[in-house]
Design a protein around this ligand. Structure first.
Ligand code: NA7
Length: 554
C-alpha cells in the first residue's frame, strides 16, 4: 500500500521544509505510520542553520535549551560544546537527528516547491515543483520557517558592483577568508552584529553601513563543563542565570529544566526578576543591570518585570546599555552613532562577542547612512551623499522577509481558488498561527499569529507539531476528512493578537516583527505577543473542546 502510494506520488502528508520543524513533523508522521514526503530546496537538513553560515553565526538561546526534547535518549546522548552553539554545531546536531531517526529517505532534497493548490473535488492538496511535477496529499504542513526568505533591498547601481557579493542569510558553504581584503557590510542587525567582529579580525579594512543602531548585550559565551571533577573546585555554570549547574547536573534532571522553561514567556528558563524597575532604588537597579550585563545573554531584558511593558522602566535599561556603549567605544563620535535612541527589546535584542569593542580597531569605519545616505553602489564600492567607499567584497546583512516571506513565495491556493497572497494582502490572518480559513487540511508551523520568534523556536516547533498530530489522531478517530479554521475564530484571534501587541514595547518601533523592514509589506504585528504559556493554554483549550473554532466535515 505504502509503496503504491509513493509510486502514484500520493501521500497522507506532505511537509514542505526540512528544518527543525519539518524534521520533527516527519519523525511524528513516521511514528503515526503515515505515508509522508518532505520537500526541501536545500541539499541538506537544518533550515535556517543550513543557510546562515556567515562568520560568527550562533544561536542566542543556550544550547542546552535550544534542542529537541521529544527524545530523552537524544537529550542524554548529544553533547553540546558551548553555551551558545555555533551554526556549525547546530547543523551537525540537525544532521545527527536526521541520521539517528532515519529521516533522510523520506526527504527529497534540492526540490523547490512552487505551488500548493487545494482541489475541492478530490479534497487533496496538489503540490508542484519547479519542473511541473505534481505530488498530492491529504494533509499539508508548511514548515517553511520564519526567517528563511532573505531580503536584499533595492539599491541603485547594485548590479554594477564587480567584487564578491554575499548575503548573511545565504552564505557560501566554503570558508570565505577576508584576509587582505576591504569589505563593506550593509546592515547592523543580529547577523551583522555577530559577523562584524569576526570579519574585522581578517579584513584589511571593514566599512559598516549602519541605518539604525541596534541594541546588543555581550553573550559571555563559554565552553561547557561536563563533569565537576574535571574542573576541580572551580565549578562553572552550563546553563542558566539562576542556576549553577554542570551539563551533568542538567542531564540528571533535564525534565525539570524543560518544565521551568515552558512556564516562561519565551519558553526559555532564566531568572526573571519579578520587581518593577521603577520601584527599586537606583543603586539596586544599576546593580541588577550590571550583574546581568556581566553574566551575558538575552536574560538582560529579564532584569525587571516591566521592561517590556512600561516605557519609563524600559528607558532605565536602555540608558544603562547606552552608557556601556559610551564607556566601551573610545571615539565619542563613533560611540554616539552606535547609541540607539529607541526602546530596548523593541527590535530583537542581539547577543554579541566584542561588537562594540570592534569599533576601537583602526581597520573598522562606521558609516552612518541615516545622516549620509547611500546614493548608489558602483563597480568598486558605495557612494554616499558625502563620500566614496572602495572595497573588494560587499555583504548584505539586510535580514529577511520574515514570517510570511517563505510561505508567500509558494503559490498557495485554497477553496474557491483563493490565493493566500491575496488573502494576506493586508497582512497575515490565521487562527493560532496554525491554520487558515479557506485552506483546509493545511497547517503552518510557527506561522504568524503564534509566539514563534519570541520564544525558544525548537520548543515552539515541538508544541505545534504535537498539537497537529493530536489533531490528526482526533480526525481519524472521528472519521473526519476535513478541518478548516472558521472565519470567526480567525478574526477573533487576529483581533486579540493586535490588541495585546499594542501596549507591548515590541510595537514601539519599526521592525521585521511588523513587516516594516520590507518596502510595500503591510505593517501588522505578526508574532503572538502574549507569551508561550498563555498560547499553549489556548491551544489546549481548543483541542480539549473537540476543536472549537474549526469546521470539521467529511
Ligand atoms: P535584521 O535584524 O532585520 O537586520 C537587518 C539590517 O539591515 C538592519 O540593520 C537594517 O536596518 C538593515 N537594512 C535593511 N534594509 C536596508 C537598506 N535598504 N539600507 C540600509 N540598511 C538596511 O536581520 P538580521 O539578519 O541581522 O537578523 C534577523 C534575525 O535573525 C534576528 O533578529 C535574529 O532573530 C536572527 P534598519 O534597522 O531596518 O534601519
Amino acid at each position: 500500500m505504502l509503496l503504491m502510494e509513493k509510486e502514484k506520488n500520493f501521500f497522507d502528508l506532505i511537509i514542505i521544509g526540512a528544518g527543525f520543524a519539518g524534521m520533527y513533523a516527519l519523525y511524528k508522521a513516521k511514528q503515526h505510520n503515515l505515508s509522508v514526503r518532505v520537500f526541501e530546496k536545500a541539499s541538506g537538513v537544518g533550515g535556517t542553520w543550513y543557510w546562515n553560515r556567515y562568520p560568527g553565526a550562533r544561536c542566542d538561546v543556550e544550547s542546552m535549551q535550544y534542542s529537541y526534547q521529544f527524545s530523552k535518549k537524544l537529550e542524554q546522548e548529544w553533547e553540546w560544546k558551548e553555551q551558545y552553539a555555533t551554526q556549525a554545531e547546530i547543523l551537525k546536531y540537525a544532521e545527527h537527528v536526521a541520521e539517528r531517526y532515519n529521516l533522510k529517505p523520506s526527504i527529497k532534497f534540492n526540490e523547490t516547491i512552487i505551488s500548493a493548490h487545494f482541489d475541492e473535488k478530490s479534497k487533496i492538496w496538489k503540490i508542484n515543483n519547479r519542473k511541473g511535477k505534481e505530488y498530492t496529499s491529504k494533509f499539508c504542513i508548511m514548515a517553511t520557517g520564519c526567517l528563511s526568505s532573505t531580503y536584499t533591498p533595492f539599491l541603485k547601481g547594485a548590479s554594477s558592483f564587480e567584487g564578491e557579493i554575499y548575503h548573511t542569510g545565504n552564505w557560501p558553504h566554503q570558508t570565505i577568508d577576508f584576509t587582505g581584503k576591504t569589505v563593506g557590510i550593509i546592515g547592523t542587525g543580529s547577523s551583522a552584529i555577530q559577523s562584524i567582529p569576526v570579519i574585522a579580525e581578517q579584513a584589511e579594512h571593514l566599512y559598516v553601513f549602519q541605518r539604525t543602531p541596534h541594541y546588543t548585550v555581550p553573550a559571555r559565551n563559554r565552553f561547557l563543563i561536563y563533569d565537576k571533577k574535571q574542573n576541580g573546585s572551580k565549578k562553572r555554570r552550563a546553563e542558566g542565570f539562576d542556576t549553577d549547574l554542570t551539563v551533568e547536573e542538567i542531564k540528571t534532571d533535564y525534565d525539570n529544566l524543560r518544565k521551568k522553561a515552558k512556564k516562561m514567556y519565551a519558553a526559555m528558563a532564566f531568572n526573571l526578576n519579578k520587581k518593577s524597575a521603577l520601584e527599586v532604588p537606583e543603586l539596586e537597579r544599576k546593580k541588577e543591570y550590571e550583574n546581568r550585563w556581566n553574566k551575558g545573554g538575552v536574560p538582560f531584558i529579564g532584569a525587571f518585570i516591566d521592561l517590556n511593558l512600561n516605557r519609563e522602566a524600559n528607558e532605565t535599561a536602555a540608558e544603562f546599555v547606552r552608557n556601556k556603549i559610551r564607556q566601551t567605544v573610545k571615539d565619542p563620535l563613533v560611540a554616539e552613532k552606535l547609541v540607539p535612541n529607541y526602546t530596548i527589546g523593541c527590535k530583537r535584542l542581539a547577543v554579541d562577542t566584542n561588537y562594540y569593542e570592534t569599533y576601537n580597531k583602526a581597520n573598522v569605519t562606521l558609516v552612518d547612512i541615516k545622516n549620509d545616505p547611500i546614493e548608489k553602489i558602483f563597480s568598486r564600492g558605495i557612494i554616499t551623499k558625502k563620500e566614496k567607499y572602495l572595497f573588494d567584497s560587499l555583504i548584505y546583512a539586510t535580514g529577511f522577509d520574515a514570517m510570511t516571506g517563505a510561505l508567500l513565495k509558494i503559490d498557495i491556493k485554497g477553496t474557491q481558488g483563493i490565493k493566500l497572497a491575496k488573502k494576506w494582502s493586508k497582512g497575515p490572518r490565521s487562527f493560532l498561527g496554525l491554520a487558515i480559513k479557506g485552506f483546509p487540511n493545511l497547517f503552518t508551523i510557527t506561522g504568524p499569529g503564534s509566539p514563534s520568534v519570541f520564544t525558544n523556536m525548537i520548543t515552539s516547533i515541538e508544541q505545534h507539531v504535537d498539537w497537529i498530530f493530536d489533531c490528526l489522531d482526533y480526525l481519524k478517530a472521528h472519521n473526519i476528512e476535513i478541518i478548516e479554521a472558521t472565519e470567526k475564530s480567525e478574526n477573533d484571534w487576529v483581533k486579540h493578537n493586535q490588541e495585546i501587541a499594542k501596549p507591548h514595547i515590541r510595537s514601539s518601533c519599526s521592525s521585521w516583527y511588523m513587516g516594516s523592514n520590507i518596502e510595500g509589506k503591510p505593517e501588522i504585528f505578526m508574532p503572538y505577543v502574549g507569551g508561550f504559556p498563555a498560547y499553549v493554554k489556548k491551544c489546549e483549550e481548543i483541542s480539549k473542546s473537540g476543536y472549537k473554532g474549526f469546521l470539521l466535515s467529511n
